[in-house]
Design a protein around this ligand. Structure first.
Ligand code: ADP
Ligand code: MG
Length: 137
């Protein structure tokens, strides 16, 4: 079981200045933040990141949302990092997210759901490389 995952604080949460709130939840859950960077995704970068969803009806809107303002990308480490972070962020749709999850607490909508988390160890590796090509091993 791998110990690292990629998190993104999405544009809705950055706009509300919820970065500190999310980072405090990350600390409380025992993660270590290894890398952290605020950046603005170009449309092409957002398209590339979410290319697995290219055929879905929400793809264009999602790409436009993700490139609409700055995001914060982070490299988190903890035992069982992928599952632990997915549990802490909650279901994709905040209306269905469990009580106590970040999406339940602060997400605006199914699209503007405040945070991203890798969904497998394999994708965590791919997504960390996508944003942190120069990361130390
Ligand atoms: P997750 O982020 O929970 O892994 P997905 O990988 O299924 O969810 O979808 C990626 C992102 O696309 C979601 O976090 C959300 O921002 C957006 N999204 C997913 N499904 C929908 C939908 N039906 N309508 C609008 N946006 C969606
Ligand atoms: Mg996903």
């Amino acid at each position: 079981m791998s110990n690292k995952t990629l998190m993104i604080i999405k544009p809705d949460a950055v706009k509300r200045q919820d970065m500190g709130y999310i980072l405090s939840r990350i600390k409380a859950a025992g993660f270590k933040v290894r890398r952290l960077e605020m950046k603005r995704l170009s449309v092409d970068k957002a398209k590339d990141f979410y290319k697995v969803h290219a055929e879905r009806p929400f793809y264009d809107s999602l790409v436009s949302f993700m490139s609409s303002g700055p995001v914060v990308v982070g490299w988190l480490e903890r035992e069982n990092a992928v599952n632990s972070w997915r549990q802490l962020i909650g279901a994709t749709n905040p209306a269905e997210a469990a009580v106590g999850t970040i999406r339940k607490d602060i997400a605006e909508s199914l699209e503007a759901n405040s945070v991203h988390g890798s969904d497998s160890d394999e994708n965590a590796e791919i997504e960390l490389n996508f944003f942190f090509e120069d990361r130390p091993h």
